[in-house]
Write a protein that binds this ligand. Sequence first.
Ligand code: NI
Length: 200
Amino acid sequence: MKRLAIILIMLCAVVWATGAEAHGPKLKNKETASLASNRGPFELITHTGETVTDRDYLGKYMLVYFGYTNCPDVCPIDLQIVSEAVDMLGKDGARVQPLFVTVDPERDTVKVMADYVKHFHPRLIGLTGSKEQIASAANIYRMQSRKYFPADSEKKSDYLVEHSAAMVLIGPDGGGLSLFPHGITANDVVTDIKRFINPR
Ligand code: NI
Protein backbone atom coordinates (compact mmCIF):
# COMPACT_ATOMS: atom_id res chain seq x y z
CA MET A 1 0.00 0.00 0.00
CA LYS A 2 2.87 2.30 0.82
CA ARG A 3 4.29 1.80 -2.64
CA LEU A 4 0.95 2.67 -4.16
CA ALA A 5 0.86 5.88 -2.16
CA ILE A 6 4.29 6.86 -3.43
CA ILE A 7 3.29 6.11 -7.02
CA LEU A 8 0.13 8.16 -6.58
CA ILE A 9 2.16 11.11 -5.35
CA MET A 10 4.58 10.78 -8.25
CA LEU A 11 1.81 10.61 -10.81
CA CYS A 12 0.19 13.59 -9.26
CA ALA A 13 3.44 15.49 -9.47
CA VAL A 14 3.52 14.75 -13.20
CA VAL A 15 -0.01 16.10 -13.64
CA TRP A 16 0.91 19.04 -11.43
CA ALA A 17 3.99 19.91 -13.42
CA THR A 18 2.36 19.64 -16.80
CA GLY A 19 -1.06 20.99 -15.92
CA ALA A 20 -3.42 21.59 -18.77
CA GLU A 21 -0.59 21.99 -21.25
CA ALA A 22 0.32 18.35 -21.67
CA HIS A 23 -3.00 16.64 -21.14
CA GLY A 24 -5.47 19.23 -22.12
CA PRO A 25 -6.67 21.54 -24.75
CA LYS A 26 -4.22 23.48 -26.82
CA LEU A 27 -6.13 26.55 -25.79
CA LYS A 28 -4.45 29.37 -23.94
CA ASN A 29 -6.20 31.60 -21.47
CA LYS A 30 -8.10 34.47 -23.11
CA GLU A 31 -8.12 32.94 -26.58
CA THR A 32 -11.70 34.06 -26.55
CA ALA A 33 -12.38 33.59 -30.24
CA SER A 34 -11.92 29.83 -30.12
CA LEU A 35 -13.20 29.46 -26.58
CA ALA A 36 -16.50 31.06 -27.54
CA SER A 37 -17.27 28.06 -29.73
CA ASN A 38 -16.99 25.80 -26.68
CA ARG A 39 -20.66 25.59 -25.85
CA GLY A 40 -23.36 23.02 -25.17
CA PRO A 41 -25.54 21.12 -25.54
CA PHE A 42 -24.85 18.83 -22.62
CA GLU A 43 -27.06 16.77 -20.37
CA LEU A 44 -25.76 15.56 -17.01
CA ILE A 45 -27.00 14.46 -13.60
CA THR A 46 -26.42 16.57 -10.48
CA HIS A 47 -25.21 15.19 -7.16
CA THR A 48 -28.82 15.45 -5.98
CA GLY A 49 -29.98 13.24 -8.84
CA GLU A 50 -31.57 15.86 -11.11
CA THR A 51 -31.04 15.89 -14.85
CA VAL A 52 -29.68 19.25 -16.05
CA THR A 53 -28.68 20.64 -19.40
CA ASP A 54 -26.56 23.62 -20.49
CA ARG A 55 -29.82 25.57 -20.87
CA ASP A 56 -30.38 25.42 -17.12
CA TYR A 57 -27.31 27.58 -16.62
CA LEU A 58 -27.95 30.17 -19.32
CA GLY A 59 -27.90 33.66 -17.82
CA LYS A 60 -25.24 32.66 -15.31
CA TYR A 61 -21.51 32.38 -15.46
CA MET A 62 -20.33 28.80 -15.07
CA LEU A 63 -16.96 27.93 -13.63
CA VAL A 64 -16.51 24.35 -14.79
CA TYR A 65 -13.87 21.89 -13.68
CA PHE A 66 -13.47 18.33 -14.94
CA GLY A 67 -11.84 15.81 -12.60
CA TYR A 68 -12.66 12.83 -10.41
CA THR A 69 -13.20 12.18 -6.74
CA ASN A 70 -10.37 9.66 -6.41
CA CYS A 71 -7.84 12.19 -7.70
CA PRO A 72 -5.06 12.22 -5.10
CA ASP A 73 -4.54 15.97 -4.95
CA VAL A 74 -4.80 18.00 -8.15
CA CYS A 75 -8.60 18.04 -8.18
CA PRO A 76 -8.95 18.91 -4.48
CA ILE A 77 -6.49 21.78 -4.88
CA ASP A 78 -8.24 23.15 -7.95
CA LEU A 79 -11.70 22.79 -6.41
CA GLN A 80 -10.41 24.67 -3.41
CA ILE A 81 -9.32 27.50 -5.76
CA VAL A 82 -12.76 27.45 -7.40
CA SER A 83 -14.41 27.68 -3.97
CA GLU A 84 -12.15 30.50 -2.79
CA ALA A 85 -12.73 32.43 -6.00
CA VAL A 86 -16.52 32.22 -5.64
CA ASP A 87 -16.25 33.47 -2.05
CA MET A 88 -13.82 36.25 -2.97
CA LEU A 89 -16.27 37.50 -5.60
CA GLY A 90 -18.62 38.45 -2.79
CA LYS A 91 -22.00 39.54 -4.13
CA ASP A 92 -20.90 38.83 -7.71
CA GLY A 93 -20.25 35.24 -6.66
CA ALA A 94 -23.99 34.62 -6.77
CA ARG A 95 -23.81 35.08 -10.55
CA VAL A 96 -21.23 32.33 -10.87
CA GLN A 97 -22.22 28.67 -10.72
CA PRO A 98 -19.29 26.41 -9.84
CA LEU A 99 -19.58 22.97 -11.47
CA PHE A 100 -17.48 19.86 -10.97
CA VAL A 101 -17.91 17.32 -13.77
CA THR A 102 -16.50 13.87 -13.18
CA VAL A 103 -14.37 12.20 -15.84
CA ASP A 104 -14.85 8.92 -13.95
CA PRO A 105 -18.61 8.25 -14.08
CA GLU A 106 -17.97 4.55 -13.47
CA ARG A 107 -17.00 5.16 -9.83
CA ASP A 108 -18.37 8.70 -9.34
CA THR A 109 -22.03 7.92 -8.88
CA VAL A 110 -24.59 10.50 -7.71
CA LYS A 111 -24.00 9.45 -4.10
CA VAL A 112 -20.20 9.57 -4.36
CA MET A 113 -20.44 13.03 -5.92
CA ALA A 114 -22.80 14.21 -3.16
CA ASP A 115 -20.34 13.07 -0.48
CA TYR A 116 -17.45 14.70 -2.29
CA VAL A 117 -18.77 18.15 -3.18
CA LYS A 118 -19.71 18.92 0.42
CA HIS A 119 -15.99 19.20 1.21
CA PHE A 120 -15.83 22.28 -1.00
CA HIS A 121 -18.13 25.22 -1.70
CA PRO A 122 -21.75 24.89 -0.53
CA ARG A 123 -22.86 26.02 -4.01
CA LEU A 124 -20.60 23.62 -5.88
CA ILE A 125 -22.68 21.26 -8.02
CA GLY A 126 -21.23 17.86 -8.83
CA LEU A 127 -22.20 16.44 -12.22
CA THR A 128 -22.06 12.86 -13.37
CA GLY A 129 -23.88 10.88 -16.03
CA SER A 130 -23.50 8.00 -18.42
CA LYS A 131 -20.14 7.44 -20.08
CA GLU A 132 -21.57 8.96 -23.25
CA GLN A 133 -22.99 12.02 -21.47
CA ILE A 134 -19.65 12.69 -19.79
CA ALA A 135 -17.67 12.15 -23.00
CA SER A 136 -19.93 14.52 -24.86
CA ALA A 137 -19.65 17.25 -22.18
CA ALA A 138 -15.86 16.85 -21.97
CA ASN A 139 -15.65 17.12 -25.72
CA ILE A 140 -17.43 20.48 -25.72
CA TYR A 141 -14.81 21.99 -23.44
CA ARG A 142 -11.97 19.99 -25.03
CA MET A 143 -11.15 18.26 -21.77
CA GLN A 144 -9.26 15.03 -22.18
CA SER A 145 -8.95 12.10 -19.83
CA ARG A 146 -7.40 8.68 -19.91
CA LYS A 147 -7.84 5.83 -17.48
CA TYR A 148 -4.73 3.89 -16.56
CA PHE A 149 -3.65 1.22 -14.12
CA PRO A 150 -0.65 1.76 -11.86
CA ALA A 151 1.83 -1.16 -12.03
CA ASP A 152 0.77 -2.56 -8.67
CA SER A 153 -2.97 -2.10 -8.96
CA GLU A 154 -4.66 -5.20 -7.61
CA LYS A 155 -8.23 -4.83 -8.74
CA LYS A 156 -10.08 -3.64 -11.80
CA SER A 157 -11.25 -0.68 -9.72
CA ASP A 158 -7.67 0.35 -8.81
CA TYR A 159 -7.16 2.84 -11.57
CA LEU A 160 -6.27 6.46 -11.93
CA VAL A 161 -7.45 8.95 -14.50
CA GLU A 162 -5.08 11.33 -16.14
CA HIS A 163 -7.08 14.40 -17.07
CA SER A 164 -6.92 17.99 -18.25
CA ALA A 165 -6.56 20.20 -15.20
CA ALA A 166 -8.12 23.51 -16.09
CA MET A 167 -11.13 25.57 -15.09
CA VAL A 168 -13.33 26.90 -17.87
CA LEU A 169 -15.33 30.09 -17.46
CA ILE A 170 -18.54 30.04 -19.49
CA GLY A 171 -20.51 33.22 -20.08
CA PRO A 172 -24.26 33.81 -19.63
CA ASP A 173 -24.85 33.02 -23.33
CA GLY A 174 -23.23 29.61 -22.91
CA GLY A 175 -19.99 30.38 -24.77
CA GLY A 176 -16.51 29.90 -23.30
CA LEU A 177 -14.77 33.02 -21.98
CA SER A 178 -11.57 31.94 -20.24
CA LEU A 179 -9.50 28.89 -19.50
CA PHE A 180 -7.60 28.86 -16.22
CA PRO A 181 -4.74 26.36 -16.06
CA HIS A 182 -3.82 24.38 -12.96
CA GLY A 183 -1.59 26.53 -10.77
CA ILE A 184 -3.59 29.73 -11.19
CA THR A 185 -4.44 31.61 -7.99
CA ALA A 186 -7.98 32.36 -6.80
CA ASN A 187 -7.06 36.02 -7.06
CA ASP A 188 -6.28 35.74 -10.79
CA VAL A 189 -9.52 33.86 -11.38
CA VAL A 190 -11.45 36.59 -9.57
CA THR A 191 -9.73 39.40 -11.50
CA ASP A 192 -10.61 37.71 -14.78
CA ILE A 193 -14.23 36.99 -13.87
CA LYS A 194 -14.71 40.57 -12.67
CA ARG A 195 -13.64 41.99 -16.00
CA PHE A 196 -16.65 40.20 -17.54
CA ILE A 197 -19.12 40.83 -14.74
CA ASN A 198 -18.22 44.49 -14.25
CA PRO A 199 -16.75 45.70 -17.54
CA ARG A 200 -15.33 49.22 -17.41
NI1 NI B 1 -7.59 15.35 -10.67
